[in-house]
Ligand binder design. Structure first.
Ligand SMILES: Nc1ncnc2c1ncn2[C@@H]1O[C@H](COP(=O)(O)OP(=O)(O)O)[C@@H](O)[C@H]1O
Ligand SMILES: [Mg+2]
Length: 227
């Protein structure tokens, strides 16, 4: 993966099995977001391939990739600040909405998972807390009916207690049958919910293992779990 003359990823290889939570951890600048943008078709892939459910994705438009079931909640949440909670959610359903097709069931599912959003459905997104905005970003992605949910740093800027609540919801979403690829700088939290993980440094995978083994690895402990 390149940004102009800069090569940001150097042959990152990983897989996610159906039903898993897999995490990509790594410091700021490691290449996590670039990886997700490439999967979603938002950045061109210079070399290599992406295969999802036995079909290659490279070259497909981002909308087509969403339709296949890869849906992303972006870093920094990117909710539409001047729109209500419900309008933000409905935007996430756009690829599915056809004439006469109801999205009521999808909204119900998101509001059941996040009662806070249900209480605030007419509230403007900017006026909500960071944690609530993150719920909204995840809920908006769920409206796209993901088969693989891509989460880019959902913990960013949130207090530890809020992060714990949010990660419980990520586990709930996974138990409902959604495969999750979780990108995080917060290695402790990410390793606590994922089954397997990959450690990225400078655009390369430097470790990969089951999360309980990564949690015990000296490199991970010293550099990413605070010793
Ligand atoms: N738009 C861009 N233009 C040039 N370089 C970029 C751009 N976005 C990211 N990079 C570089 O690509 C590398 C990986 O960045 P990124 O994927 O955002 O890392 P992470 O999400 O792990 O923090 C970094 O060296 C970063 O500086
Ligand atoms: Mg990032």
């Amino acid at each position: 993966m390149r940004y102009g003359a800069i090569t940001a990823l150097h042959g990152i290889s990983f897989k996610v099995e159906r039903g898993e939570i897999v995490t990509l951890i790594g410091a700021n600048g490691a290449g996590k977001t670039t990886t997700l943008l490439a999967l979603s078709g938002l950045l061109p892939i210079a070399q290599g391939r992406v295969v999802f459910e036995d079909a290659p994705l490279a070259g497909l438009a981002p909308e087509a990739i969403v339709r296949r079931g890869l849906v992303q909640s972006p870093e920094g949440r990117r909710v539409f600040a001047g729109m209500t909670v419900q309008d933000n959610l409905e935007i996430g359903a756009t690829p599915w909405r056809r004439r006469g097709q109801s999205i009521a069931d999808d909204l119900d599912r998101v509001y059941t998972l996040f009662p806070r959003l249900a209480e605030r459905r007419t509230q403007l997104a900017w006026s909500m807390s960071g944690g609530e905005q993150q719920m909204l970003a995840v809920g908006r992605a769920l409206m796209g009916r993901p088969r693989l949910l891509l989460l880019d740093e959902p913990s960013l800027g949130l207090a530890p207690i809020i992060v714990e609540q949010l990660f419980d919801k990520i586990v709930d979403i996974n138990r409902q049958g959604v495969t999750v690829l979780l990108v995080e700088q917060n290695a402790a939290m990410a390793l606590s919910v994922a089954a397997r993980g990959y450690l990225l440094e400078n655009g390369r995978v430097v470790l990969q293992d089951r999360t309980e083994r990564l949690q015990d690895h000296p490199l991970v402990r010293e550099a990413y779990l605070g010793g």
